[in-house]
Design a protein around this ligand. Structure first.
Ligand SMILES: N[C@@H](CCC(=O)N[C@@H](CS)C(=O)NCC(=O)O)C(=O)O
Length: 221
């Protein structure tokens, strides 16, 4: 038993990043679902995380927050399979990809997903002007990401790295929207990467079904 508990809901992109690392490494863990959509972030999670977010990981007596450093910690403690390149240059590019995903891609993918996926699911109306704006921004940022990181082999080449596992939940959400599917059609390298990764065991093992949550409308089909 590894004594690892991951706090966060299966639908949270950042929780899934950590989960993917645990799965990829074959570390046993307990996922404690912390659903923050139904009635806000539970108090227990606010006590665990200084900024009241998910995920958090408890390992033994320590509680860690923030997905990227949590994943680095997991890679340090469970060294195989290694998810961080030994070569400093490759490692720096991996970290740049993670940083770019956090800063330039995810905020817009999250906003697009909120409108296109979550709004109808909770019984609201998507704001088409926001969707349009996000699509425009993503057209540009995804093309840069594809050229700079996928095209230059800084995502899955010889070795899967933390950058791949950071990107998976984000691109998975993107691919669930019609707008995202259209965007991906113009991104052959990123699409090929996603096509290959989506069948990987850790990705399949962390799939989730939004319709099972109490806040999801049951009459959308
Ligand atoms: N910088 C954080 C980002 C975590 C994050 O954005 N978590 C979202 C869910 S994916 C969250 O806690 N949202 C709850 C809220 O905004 O109240 C990390 O790397 O862990």
């Amino acid at each position: 038993m590894s004594d690892v508990t991951l706090f966060g809901p299966a639908y949270s992109a950042y929780t899934r990043i950590v989960r993917l690392v645990l799965e990829e490494k074959g570390v046993s863990y307990v996922l404690e679902e912390v659903d923050f959509i139904s009635s806000g972030m539970p108090r227990a999670q606010k006590e665990r995380h200084p900024f009241g977010m998910v995920p958090a990981v408890r390992h033994g007596a320590e509680v860690f927050v923030e997905a990227a450093p949590i994943c680095t910690y997991l890679d340090d403690v469970w060294s195989t399979p290694a998810l961080v390149p030994v070569d400093p240059v490759a490692r720096a590019h991996m970290n740049s990809a993670i940083s770019a995903l956090d800063a330039y891609l995810w905020p817009d993918i999250r906003e697009l997903t909120t409108q296109a996926l979550f709004a109808p699911l909770v019984g609201g109306w998507p704001d088409e002007s926001v969707t349009e704006r996000m699509v425009k921004r993503l057209e540009a940022s995804l093309a840069v990401f594809e050229e700079r990181f996928v095209g230059r082999g800084y995502l899955h080449r010889e070795q899967i790295t933390l950058a791949d596992l950071h990107a998976v939940p984000m691109i998975a959400y993107l691919a669930q929207t019609v707008e995202g599917q259209v965007l991906l059609k113009d991104l052959p390298l990123l699409s090929a990467w996603w096509h290959e990764l989506k069948g990987r065991a850790c990705v399949v093992a962390t799939e989730f079904d939004l319709s099972t949550y109490s806040w999801a409308r049951k009459d959308t089909d």
